[in-house]
Design a protein around this ligand. Structure first.
Ligand code: SF4
Length: 449
């Protein structure tokens, strides 16, 4: 039985795409190898969001080709995902040991291509064409590795993005917005719940734009809110999350859904990117700082305990010290639970890459450091408020840092580690928070009256 190892770079969408490829290979009789050392097929699912991510995957493939081609000439080496999409055949021209390049609309074909190459039916394959309907092909799962049942699952609801933020390569690597049908998504969610899944995260590059061009508003509700309602109706499902939304998509219908749909957890990751209106305009984000803060205020009115996190870019072209200070002040006002802070990385063929006034690397690093420090202080203050409180968690499995302990998530998306055992997996339970680590809560199962 041939074995396959898939290494995934980047976001949750990539994780999900890798899972799809793995499930199709498993269905063909392949084994999933725990490491590349023994695998007959090694696939790198790549990310293009930052230059460093591309360099990492490219360097990894170079090393694999050098080490493995000599000792195991039959090993199949492939690139998939965003870098495969944007570079195509160029990857094989530069690294002739690579056998396979599979773009972002072709994940569902990867297993057949691997099979053909292994069986000598084809030599090299490059497939980065667009394919109508490919958004509906990411639907198989590999649940419960290591013999344990899965508690949470990701469900891809759409592909692509039409927002064209000036720094972002996603619309070029993932294509325009294409959504699955509500019926198809609900069917997949039902199957997952039947297999024991308690929490589903709906995935897409810009989920709040889900089916915007395909479905009309219903009683003022956007297609995305209609989808949330349909998934909410599934018996046995405990929790719904989604990522990534766009601030523009937080209309009153979505804000109101947080108060109306109990399975929609009190958590929102809303990428703001900058606190300066000048920068937001240059980034082509489509909202102002005031509009963003207004959304946060409305969400906290509906769900006072909601955990709000964000993404921020520092050092976007033209960002002055004053623009940066506005980002710091927005972080203070918004009181985020956490922020993922990125130094601007120019991406080939995006408008921002050739904008004037590119910010020197040292300045980006200094701003990144300053904002990170501020965010850590803010986060630590917020997390400390949990000490002594009882919170509800869904237990997902052993803690990643210490497998002897169990780990779960609060509804507001905070990780809680506690002394538990396998029997707790999949349980929704109360714990009392006793101490706080770096963006982690520690608790004891609570014995409530
Ligand atoms: S909305 Fe998100 S995925 Fe779409 S272009 Fe902007 S940053 Fe990229």
């Amino acid at each position: 039985m041939p074995s396959v190892f898939i290494k995934t770079y980047g976001c949750q969408m990539n994780e999900r795409d890798s899972e799809q490829v793995a499930s199709q290979l498993v269905a063909k009789g392949y084994a999933l190898a725990p490491s590349e050392a023994m695998a007959d097929v090694i696939l790198l699912n790549t990310c293009s969001v930052r230059d460093a991510a591309e360099q990492k995957a490219y360097g990894k493939m170079q090393t694999l080709a050098k080490e493995l081609r000599r000792t195991r000439p039959d090993v199949v080496l492939g690139f998939m995902g965003c870098m495969a999409q944007s570079r195509g055949k160029e990857l094989i021209d530069r690294l002739p040991d690579v056998d396979l390049v599979v773009g972002t609309q072709k994940f569902h074909r990867a297993a057949d291509y691997v099979d053909d190459i292994l069986n000598g039916k084809r030599n090299k394959v490059v497939d980065v064409e667009e394919e109508t309907g490919s958004q509906a092909t990411i639907r198989e799962h590999v649940l419960g590795g290591n013999g344990h049942r899965a508690v949470t699952a990701f469900v891809s609801i759409m592909q692509g993005c039409n927002q064209y933020c000036t720094f972002c390569i996603v619309p070029y690597t993932r294509g325009t917005e294409r959504s699955r049908t509500i019926a198809d998504i609900v069917c997949e969610c039902r199957e997952l719940v039947a297999q024991g899944v308690k929490e589903i995260t709906l995935l897409g590059q810009i989920v709040t734009s889900y089916a915007k061009r395909d479905l009309p508003l219903q009683n003022g509700k956007s297609p995305f809110v209609q989808l949330l309602e349909a998934v909410h109706n599934i018996d046995g499902l405990e929790r719904i999350r989604f990522t990534s939304p766009h601030p523009k998509g937080y209309g009153d219908d979505l804000v109101e859904a947080y108060g109306r749909l109990p399975k929609l957890v009190e958590s929102a990751h809303i990428p703001v990117q900058s606190g300066s209106n000048r920068m937001l305009k240059l980034m082509h984000r489509g909202y102002t700082r005031e509009r963003f803060l207004g959304i946060i205020e409305k969400l906290r009115k509906v769900q006072p305990g909601i955990g709000i996190t964000t993404d921020i870019i520092v050092g976007f072209p033209g960002e002055t010290e004053e623009d940066f200070e506005q980002t710091v002040s927005l972080v203070r006002e918004a009181e985020f639970e956490n922020a993922f802070i990125f130094k601007y990385s120019p991406r080939k063929d995006t408008p921002a890459a050739t904008m004037p006034d590119q910010v020197p690397q040292l300045v980006k690093e200094e701003r990144n450091h300053r904002l990170l420090q501020f965010m850590n202080e803010l986060g630590s203050r917020k997390y400390n408020q949990f000490i002594g409180r009882h919170v509800q968690i869904l237990v997902e499995g052993p803690s990643k840092r210490n497998a002897a302990r169990m780990s779960g998530r609060t509804r507001c998306n905070k990780i809680v580690v506690f002394d538990g055992s396998e029997r707790h997996r999949g349980q929704v339970m109360d714990v009392k928070i006793t101490r706080v680590g770096s963006f982690t809560l520690y608790g004891d199962p609570a014995i409530l009256e």
